[in-house]
Design a protein around this ligand. Structure first.
Ligand code: PMP
Length: 362
């Protein structure tokens, strides 16, 4: 069986080593005679997986003890609602910086619950090709938090330097770049991410919440929508998505085995350099219109001279074994998603395909 090179934006490629271990353990997890999927979430076998996953996230991200790591369901989209529900009273407001479709979805939910100030938007004619500069932010010093999307999966932009918000905590949707680079957690009150890009399969979202934010969370919410419920019960209030968390565990161990975030980040920079050089060096055949300092190292988007050529690129790519090259349906073009599991060799292969395709069709 030949596995394809996979550039889908999410669910996305997982490290082969993680999949192989899961395959080997599928029928009999740790000699218990059943799969991890079939074991109780209160069993000692599952407990070890659950707690090790939390410790690994802490260790790899360098999180101090005053951050809690939660495993929740409902994807990152549920967090669009849970963040404002938990943190905003009716007279309070939060800042939202709009850098793409996902931040627009986040602010829509906040507005249902309370007030939201658009501190900046880089939308022009329906597209986003940059993230705002510090001087472009209209920040409210009384905001309860300032929400950003650290990497914009659809438009292919990324914050390489986070905005400075003074004493207002940042809340970040890191769905498409969590664990891809070293970050200083201290400005962040909450970090959340759907797992299905850099962390594992779909079905679980990771929420990292600082104790002072947890203390500010409102009472009287439906039990399952309250961060306090999940923090108090170590994400075991109800049945967690145990198999998804198990896969996240395998991915985290894989990252650790590679040398941690520093090693992963170094390779991600190398990968990004390689593919953007191929775009910029194509004599205008491939065009990426993102501000250079905001280009994403995770989702590389570009256009070809015509939509016909883009279709041909996707079709010939697939024939050559490259899956998922089509851009998001809302903007078209090409998108090559190169999360942690797509290592340098995979990026080299797609770059050589790009060069051949340009030579034949340019
Ligand atoms: N935020 C970002 C940045 C995303 O890329 C996505 C999914 N592609 C989401 C949120 C939504 O995630 P989910 O499908 O897990 O709700």
């Amino acid at each position: 069986m030949a596995r394809l090179r996979n550039y889908y934006a999410g669910p996305a490629a997982l490290p082969l080593e993680a999949l192989e271990i899961a395959r080997d353990e599928l029928l009999d997890f740790q000699g218990g005679g059943v799969s991890v999927m079939e074991t109780s979430h209160r069993s000692k076998e599952y407990d070890q997986v659950h707690n090790e996953s939390i410790s690994l996230i802490r260790e790899l991200m360098g999180l101090p003890d005053n951050y809690q790591v939660l495993f929740l369901q409902g994807g990152a989209s549920m967090q669009f609602a849970m963040v404002p529900m938990n943190l905003l009273g009716p007279d309070q407001s939060a800042d939202y910086i709009l850098t793409g479709s996902w931040s627009k979805k986040a602010v829509k939910e906040a507005k249902i619950i309370a007030q939201a100030n658009i501190a900046a938007t880089t939308e022009k004619d329906g597209v986003f090709t940059s993230v705002p500069k510090q001087s472009e932010l209209n920040l409210d010093p009384k905001a309860v938090y300032c929400h950003i999307t650290s990497n914009n999966t659809i438009f292919g932009t990324q914050w390489h330097q986070f905005p400075e918000t003074g004493s207002v905590p940042l809340v970040a949707d890191m769905s498409s770049d969590i664990l891809s680079r070293k970050i200083d957690p201290s400005p962040f009150g909450i970090i959340y991410a759907g797992a299905q890009k850099n962390l594992g399969p779909s079905g679980v979202a990771v929420v990292i919440i600082r104790d002072d934010m947890l203390a500010k969370c409102r009472e009287g919410l439906p039990t399952m929508l309250s961060y306090k419920t999940h923090a108090d019960k170590n994400s075991l209030f109800n049945t967690p998505p145990s198999f998804s968390i198990y896969m996240v565990n395998k991915v985290l161990n894989w990252i650790k085995g590679r040398g941690g975030i520093e090693a992963v980040e170094k390779e991600n920079i190398e990968k990004g350099t390689l593919i953007y050089e191929a775009i910029d060096g194509s004599g205008g055949f491939y065009k990426n219109s993102i501000a250079k300092e905001n280009r994403s190292l995770m989702n590389v988007v570009f256009r070809l001279p015509s939509e016909e050529l883009e279709k041909k690129f996707v079709a010939e790519g697939l024939q050559a074994g490259f899956l998922g090259l089509k851009g998001h349906r809302s903007i078209g073009g090409i998108r090559v998603s190169i999360y942690n599991a797509n290592q340098l060799d995979s990026v080299k292969e797609v770059v050589s395909f790009m060069k051949e395709f340009a030579a034949q069709n340019g």
